[in-house]
Structure formats: C-alpha cells, structure tokens
Design a protein around this ligand. Sequence first.
Ligand SMILES: Cc1cc2nc3c(=O)[nH]c(=O)nc-3n(C[C@H](O)[C@H](O)[C@H](O)COP(=O)(O)OP(=O)(O)OC[C@H]3O[C@@H](n4cnc5c(N)ncnc54)[C@H](O)[C@@H]3O)c2cc1C
Length: 521
Amino acid sequence: MAGLHSFAHRASARIGRRQFLGSAATAAALIPARLLWAEVSASGAMPAEVAAVSGEGKPVALTAAEIKELRAALKGKLLLAQDAGYEEARRVWNGSINRHPALIVRCENRDDIVHAVQFASAHSLLTAVKGGGHSLSGQSTCEGGIMIDLSSMRDIQVDRDKHLARAQSGVLLAALDGKCQEAGLVTPLGTAADTGIAGLTLGGGQGRLMRKLGLSCDNVSSFELVTADGKVRKVSASENPDLYWALRGGGGNFGVVSGFEYLLHPFAHPVLAGGRTYPFSQARAVMKGIADMAANAADEVYLSAGIDRSGGEGTLPKGTYVEVEFVYSGDPKDGERFLPMLDKLGKPLNDTITRKPYVVAQNGPTGAAPPALPPGLGVYVRSGFTQAITDKLIDESIHAFEQGPPWLDEVSFGPIGGQVARIKPDATAYWNRDAQYEFFLIGAWMDHSQDEHNVAVMRDMWKVFEPFTKGYYVNTEPSATEARLKATYGDNYARLVQLKDQYDPKNLFRMNANIKPTAHA
Ligand SMILES: Cc1cc2nc3c(=O)[nH]c(=O)nc-3n(C[C@H](O)[C@H](O)[C@H](O)COP(=O)(O)OP(=O)(O)OC[C@H]3O[C@@H](n4cnc5c(N)ncnc54)[C@H](O)[C@@H]3O)c2cc1C
C-alpha cells in the first residue's frame, strides 16, 4: 500500500517534534463513565459488577462471578480498567482512537480465544479483535465492550522444505518477513513493518510483491478460525471451503483467526529499491509520469507516487514534496534497465534507490526492528480504487495541498494489477481485482482537541475525490455506506451476506467493514 508506506516512515521521524497531548488531565476528561461500580468487593480488587455494552449499544451488567469464571479459564490475562497493563493494552496505533473496553482478554493460545468468543457471544457484548492494532480507523478497540487481544500470540514456524510458514495472529510483518528470509523464502506482505499480519491478510494484504506474487490473502493455504458459536474450524480449500473463500478479503467478519498458514516462494537475492523526492512544483509531471509507467510495467516493478509534507528529518528542509517509491523484485540488473525511464521525470532532490536485501526494503535500514511509530499520532485515511490517474485527479490533489490544512499529510496512489488482477474476482471475497490503482487521502495530527474538527474537514475533502473511485480497500476504513461496501465486494456481496447469516447471524464481529447479516440489515 504505497501511500501508507511513505507515511509510516515519515511519521516515525516526527516523534519528539510534535506535541503529544496525552496529559493525565486530558485523558481523564476524555474518559467516559465506562465502569459503573455497583459495589466494590471487600478487597477492592474486583468490582461487584462491571458495566459493559452490547453490540447494539445496550447496557450489559457483568457480575463478579462471571468475570471470575472467565479469568479462571484463561491461560492469558483478563484485564479490567483498574488492572496493570490495561492502559497499554487498550491503545491502538491511531492516536485519535481513545476507547475503553470494559474488559480485555489477552489471549495466549487458541483456547483463550474460544473462551473469550463464548463469553462475548453469551453476553452479546460489543466485540473488538486486536491483531497488530494497526487498524487505521481503530476497529480493534471498542468503548465498553470486550477486546479480544491476540498481540501476545507471536509464534512463527517456517517449514523450509514444504515452503510453508505457520504464524499466530499477533505476529507483525517484520517478524514474518525476517523468519522467511532467513530461509531464503518470502510471502507477499504489506509495506509497514509493525502492521499485524492478521488484519492485513484478512482484508487482502497489498504490498511491494503483490504484482509478482499476489495479495497476502492469495498466499494463505489455511486458517484456523474460531467462529461466533465458539467452534474451532480448520479452513482451507478442502475443509470449510466456503469460509476459505470468505476469509480471503472478507476481513474480520467471520470469526477470530488464531493462526495462518502461508505459501512461501524462493526469494534470496537483493532487490533494487528506494525513493526519489521531487519539488512540489513538479507534482503534475511526476504523478502523471509514474501513473503511465506503472500501468505498463513488468510484474516485478512496484511504483508509487504521492504529494506529502515531509523533509526536515533528512537532508531536505521541511516542506511539501513529491515522493516516488520504486522496487524491482526481480534480478537487480534487470531493474537497473528501468531507471533511465525514471530519470526522464527530472532531477530528484534526493535519490535512495539502490540494491538492498528485501528485509531492508521492507523494514528500514536495520532490516530487523520495526520502525518506531509515533505514539499518539492521530490519523484519518480515505481511499478508493480507480482505473486511471487522470489529469483532473492530479489537479485536485495539487489543489488540496495548495488550499488544504497544514495537517493534510499525503495524497498518493499505488498501482495494483499484475498477479492480483490475474485471479478471478469471484475466486475469493476480494473483488476489485481489475482496479489499476489505489488512491489515498491521509490527514495526520497530534492535537487531539482537533480530532472531531479535522475528521469533518477530511470527510468534506474526500467528497471531491470519491467520485474518481469505485469501491475501496477494506483495510483502510470501516464501511461508510452500504452502497460503497457493495461497490467494494461487487457480485461477491450476496454470497458474503449468506455466509455471515450462516456463521455470525447476530453480527458479533461487527467492528470491521461490516457485512451485515440479513437480520441486522
Ligand atoms: C502505517 C500503516 C501502513 C499500512 N500499510 C499497509 C500496506 O502496505 N498494505 C496493506 O494491505 N495494508 C496496510 N495498512 C492497513 C492494514 O492492513 C490494516 O490497518 C490492518 O487491519 C492491520 O492489521 P492489524 O492486525 O495490525 O490490525 P488490527 O487493528 O489489530 O485489526 C484490524 C481489523 O482486523 C480484524 N482482525 C485483526 N486480527 C484478527 C483476527 N485474528 N481474526 C479476525 N479478525 C481480526 C479486527 O477486528 C479489525 O477489524 C497499513 C496501516 C498502517 C497504520
């Protein structure tokens, strides 16, 4: 996902420069009355009752005995608001999302997931599932419900001979990329090292190798899934094939995935990868040039372009620039033949394209640790699929930066196509396979007193861009309207509703780009 890649890397450099409005006073003012302490037990450690909410927003009172029973069943921890670790666990990547689940189950294994799902189902609780916590719209946490937190489940097993990797649901991209590359193998993942594999893969999984190897979800050979009835199901082409179809692009709608099995491909050579930065004044020529080049490029070429506010962290002064990312995933010698085409775009202010190990292209200079993302950064992202980067779309992008607020962070696009487009749209739930590009609009700020205002401004701004798009990538935002969700899932939508009726008729798993079961439509 091109735009978000450059965004993530630039964002990490900003920490410390921008103000983090996270004072205790601010936080206290933001905390709603989430726990109604009917009575505190003699020890003071456990409330007699915990006030929670249902998926429909109705109050649910959980008794101390019920909480105690759940706690006793778990290998992992059950955290209430007063427990150590709760504050850290409730947080997600997007700093504008400040929600307080009534309880957090920190799962250690599949059985913990089963207990948590059974508990959530039995009490009809509002339910959020946290893999890597990177949901841009904060779908992995909730106000007053239960958070099923998988972030401690990080085991990875690579089978070098069978070309398979088994990974638990709390694994982050950097760890899986690293383990696979140790064996000279790869599976296509996303572009930001600290994203969770779970949310990323279930929604599709776009990244630097997708044109060559397909989406992440196209490379899953099996899932282990806990459905809303608490049953554990093996999901593959031969077992529960209907769910195998739905989990590849249908997001978190069908249950909690406890583990993924990925197909691996031999990939042991360096890649030619990096970025070029151009002055904002060249935005029109560079964006148009990249869009044309990308549309006709070989599958090995990953190219993206965008306008963003960056600089200041490297050699360039802070300002508005045009950024291009290039990755050639075949033999670097072949990739070098592509560079003269890029040179025609003009002299860049900065050029980091060079041969490097794949993990360095993915994970930054050390190739090992995920980049430190700035805690507290508030983000709002809208995106949509488009067939063409037209002159009008480029003009509107430039206009947005000329006239828009200083916290408008990025307008960008990344090409899709290649192997993604070769798979039939109805072969998996992920429908928009013929989309040529994904287009992004990203705002980012640290002053959370402005959250509501800034989101409203972004929504208005998106009204200009949405008509250029058809459908959107579900991993960037929850469903805005049913019409938009239908454009996203196309002819697959009806089958997804049928499967939702079958496996989650009460819509327990609704914090996602939600496919509503018939009874809830
Ligand atoms: C900086 C940044 C860069 C990004 N770059 C890319 C990119 O290059 N390519 C790309 O495709 N996407 C990208 N994304 C989007 C990313 O794919 C989504 O945010 C994705 O949901 C993250 O997965 P997660 O497990 O970290 O998310 P979480 O926040 O934990 O969860 C997101 C959603 O997935 C569901 N979910 C999570 N785990 C499970 C599970 N085990 N079972 C069932 N449902 C589950 C949650 O309920 C929620 O609805 C980026 C996001 C960010 C913030």
